[in-house]
Design a protein around this ligand. Structure first.
Ligand SMILES: [Zn+2]
Length: 112
């Protein structure tokens, strides 16, 4: 146990550096066709499932699951704006419908 605090400081510094570089990558990634920033999570309008940006990139910006076109790739924040209950970090490949309350709100005609 030599220099425990020093090693903790080193570990924290390293962790901070790792995080910063990973965040930096996500922020720097840009959509090649739509000229916008790509978010860490992007969601598919066709299968209504989110995937990390790297999955989309590997699939040449088509949906990594259903192959839907790049125009159906939506930023996760857009889906969350309509569904505030959705988590900041979604689960990969899990169904997150854009309108999960559609059935419930059909009774209230004025809701949209
Ligand atoms: Zn899809």
């Amino acid at each position: 146990m030599i220099g425990r605090s020093a090693s903790v400081r080193f570990r924290d510094a390293l962790a901070g550096w790792c995080c910063a570089s990973r965040k930096g990558e996500a922020v720097k990634m840009r959509h090649p066709y739509e000229k916008r920033k790509v978010e860490a999570w992007e969601w598919c309008l066709t299968c209504e499932k989110p995937f990390p940006a790297s999955d989309w990139q590997r699939a040449d910006w088509d949906c990594p699951l259903c192959g839907s076109g790049t125009q159906n790739m939506w930023p996760w924040s857009t889906v969350r704006a309509a569904n505030p209950a959705y988590p900041e970090q979604p689960e990969r490949g899990v169904l997150y419908p854009l309108y999960p309350v559609r059935a419930a709100s059909e009774g209230q005609a004025s809701s949209v």
